[in-house]
Design a protein around this ligand. Structure first.
Ligand SMILES: [Zn+2]
Length: 600
């Protein structure tokens, strides 16, 4: 697919570079040149020049320059052939037959026809919105906080509740039945003929990045109306997942700010826009596609995902994050309080509060960790494994290696993963290979060997009723939580409370959920009671002591992770508090007193 070279040269001559650039940049005449502040770099003094005689532009600030095609390529982020098409369109020069591509031409003709019909339909719907019959619709828009100016900017319309009003209008303008059906503006009847697709709805037109109406969404005015939003089907002009709502209005601001805010619905874009937040795009309900991400990537390399805060919104946000990361674009996430969407939030709290929260958006990884930790107990290996599993894909998807490592460390700190386990997990995410779920499970749920202290203490307790009566009440849940044998300690406590005998059967039943613990039982029960009770009691005490030391070590390691976390987040107050806590624990560790004396 390419254009003949002679055509390209003719086009360059025919297209008035000043007029084309002027669509984007406010040029002022200065001698033979035209001048303006540069659209490609930040400046106040105009160093961007267009020379119509040479058919060139050049910026003395950032040294960008070239022909009208280079300008359009840079401005619209399009390829050379696409730039040629755009320039030809703007200059009103008909395109020659593309070399060797008839099907492309046919499709383009169909697409142009659909867009023409869409334009007629949209103009008519806009007129209907101003009619007497639409008084209540205008009232509704006002109640939703949409001003007339905004309705005009987004070209909102009203489709009256009629089966054929639009079709009749389009036929009068010259549309044939085949064209009508191709456009998706009507629905074909089985018995022949068709009726208007959008009836009794507010019309939200969807434009392509050049501002052509390619599809429509219609919101019902009936509170019980179903569906709430009705959308155009795919047509030669519209393929789902290729466009982003609002981009034709917001792309310059997105480029200027260096990031785009991704929202879900029409009003999530329209309301912030009206309040001056203008670097947004909306994905419109369907799952974000790689093509949409590439499209926004033409204008900025950072995206702030601001979906609804409800469960469906969070799930959609997570899918969007993965898609965005895969295109090597940085992602942050903004979750508004009380599950609010941007539309509600701005109407209730004002735009400055929205902007403040936007400034505090989390890096994607923090959002993912928060979601993974929610409703999970990280002290249980299986649940920790599940949280890690949920998080790893978002690290694996990061293309930049240094960033990947950084996100990995943040996640491991956030999920309190121990050092050796980190090493194994890093192996798993380093490559781009797909997720191996069982491998993550293995890292966490592999049977941990009980320590000597655990095994010895259990052996003594199992064999002697008197020791149990003394020692069990002294043990706190924290002493054994997270140990390989935790389930056995719990079983002993339960049997003691229920005043039941300690037998192999009773213990097996109570520890059936944790096979690793159950495996240990025969070895424990084979122990004979110790000969000297005092000696056994002293042994028990020193074992409990050892368990508490181990627990302190675990706590200290966890605090270190949390300090690293606070450090990275720049929360110096929290970090200082954690450092003090860690110091306190370290002190306790070095002055460690045996449990018998601890209480005194
Ligand atoms: Zn410049």
């Amino acid at each position: 697919m390419r254009f003949p070279q002679t055509f390209i040269e003719d086009l360059k001559r025919q297209a008035d570079i000043v007029r084309i650039v002027q669509d984007y940049v406010p040029l002022k005449k200065a001698g033979t040149n035209w001048r303006a502040p540069c659209p490609f770099h930040k400046e106040t003094k105009p160093s961007f020049n267009v020379n119509p005689a040479k058919e060139m532009f050049f910026c003395f600030g950032c040294h960008k320059g070239g022909t009208v095609f280079n300008f359009i390529m840079e401005m619209e982020r399009v390829t050379f052939p696409e730039a040629i098409k755009l320039v030809a369109e703007k200059a009103g020069v008909p395109l020659p037959q593309m070399i060797d591509d008839d099907r492309f031409e046919a499709r383009r003709r169909d697409s142009d026809q659909v867009i023409e019909l869409n334009q007629w339909a949209l103009q008519w719907w806009q007129d209907q919105l101003q009619s007497r019959a639409a008084t209540s619709v205008r009232q509704y828009l006002k109640e939703r906080g949409i001003t007339d100016e905004t309705a005009n900017t987004f070209r909102l319309g009203f489709a009256p509740d009629s089966w054929d009003a639009l079709s009749t209008h389009l036929r009068q303008k010259g549309a044939g039945q085949e064209q009508l059906e191709k456009s998706g503006l009507v629905v074909k009847k089985d018995e022949g003929g068709s009726y208007d697709r959008f009836r009794g709805r507010i019309i939200f037109p969807v434009f392509d990045v050049q501002g052509k109406p390619i599809a429509f969404g219609g919101r019902t005015l009936d509170p019980d109306g179903d569906p709430k939003y009705l959308n155009s089907p795919e047509t030669p002009a519209y393929i789902k997942g290729r466009n982003l709502y609002g981009l034709h209005l917001t792309r310059d601001e997105i480029r200027r700010q260096g990031f785009a805010i991704l929202v879900e619905g029409y009003l999530d874009l329209i309301i912030p826009f009206q309040h001056g937040v203008r670097n947004l795009v909306a994905s419109l309900g369907t799952a974000l596609t790689a093509e949409q991400v590439k499209l926004v990537g033409r204008f900025a390399h950072k995206v702030l995902v601001n979906y609804d805060g409800d469960r469906a919104g969070v799930q959609a946000a997570k899918r969007a994050i993965e898609t965005i990361l895969a295109e090597d674009i940085e992602v942050k996430v903004l979750v508004l309080p009380d599950n609010a969407d941007p539309d509600d939030f701005i109407r209730n709290n004002g735009v400055s509060e929205y902007n403040r929260r936007r400034g505090e958006a989390q890096p994607h990884i923090q959002f993912v960790i928060d979601q993974a930790v929610r409703d999970r107990n990280l002290n249980t290996p299986a649940e920790k494994a599940a949280a890690v599993e949920e998080t790893l894909p978002f690290i694996r998807a990061v293309r930049n290696r240094i960033q990947k490592r950084e996100y990995f460390d943040i996640a491991m700190d956030g999920l309190r993963v121990q050092r050796e386990q980190r090493r194994e997990l890093w192996h798993q995410v380093r490559g781009a290979a797909s997720a191996d779920v069982t491998a993550v499970q293995r890292v966490f749920v592999k049977p941990e060997r009980p320590t000597v202290a655990e095994e010895k203490l259990l052996g003594l307790l199992v064999a002697n009723d008197e020791l149990r009566k003394i020692i069990l009440p002294r043990l706190e849940p924290a002493d054994t939580d997270g140990l390989a044998t935790a389930a056995i300690f719990r079983a002993l406590q339960q049997l003691a409370t229920a005043e039941k005998e300690i037998t192999f059967e009773a213990l097996s039943e109570a520890t059936a959920e944790t096979p690793a613990a159950a495996e240990l039982l025969p070895r424990l029960l084979i122990n004979e009671p110790a000969e000297s009770f005092d000696e056994a009691l002293a042994d028990c005490d020193s074992c409990v002591n050892a368990l508490r030391l181990m627990k302190l070590d675990r706590d200290i390691e966890e605090l270190s992770a949390r300090i690293a976390e606070a450090d990275r987040a720049g929360e110096s107050e929290r970090r200082d508090r954690l450092v003090m806590e860690k110091l306190e624990l370290s002190k306790r560790r070095s002055n460690f007193l045996p449990p018998g004396n601890a209480a005194n």
